[in-house]
Design a protein around this ligand. Structure first.
Ligand code: DQA
Length: 138
């Protein structure tokens, strides 16, 4: 089974950025744990701060992979283009967020992506990614 994790803008700074919200683990450390936990799942990882690159990655793997776990960061709240890319591909996408965006600023309460995703997981810290994988492997 091939699962792609995609992280959007500023998520390369996990472990450094706003630790009280996002925790102090880097994504690389977390990814190593995830891969150990699911040895039979082929987990690929991609991060970009650039909207078009995230769209290109969705197009590239969105007709062959079994599932995508996507944290689009702030593009969640702004990007009709990423929403359209999710609608265009065949691979199911799980939208994830580390923080509970509904407890935060009002501009984070709306997602352009959710309606085109299979489901949404948010507010469980880094564990949101693991729950996303669990939902795909059933
Ligand atoms: C985030 C929530 C977004 O509102 C924010 O812009 C992020 C991270 C999260 O994982 O909690 O960059 O997607």
């Amino acid at each position: 089974m091939n699962i792609q994790i995609i992280n959007g803008p500023n998520l390369n700074l996990l472990g450094v950025r706003e630790k009280s919200i996002y925790g102090d683990a880097s994504f690389d450390t977390y990814l190593t744990e995830l891969k150990k936990r699911y040895p039979d799942v082929n987990i690929s990882y991609y991060q970009s701060n650039v909207e078009g690159e995230i769209i290109n990655k969705l197009h590239e793997i969105g007709f062959s992979f079994d599932g995508i776990v996507l944290n689009a960061g702030a593009y969640t709240h702004t990007s009709i283009a990423i929403a359209d890319a999710i609608a265009a591909i065949k691979t199911p996408v799980i939208e994830v967020h580390i923080s509970n965006v509904h407890k935060r600023e009002a501009f984070r309460h709306h997602s352009y992506l959710s309606a085109n995703c299979k489901g949404v997981i948010l507010g469980f810290g880094m564990d949101s990614y693991r729950l996303g994988i669990e939902s795909l492997i059933g």
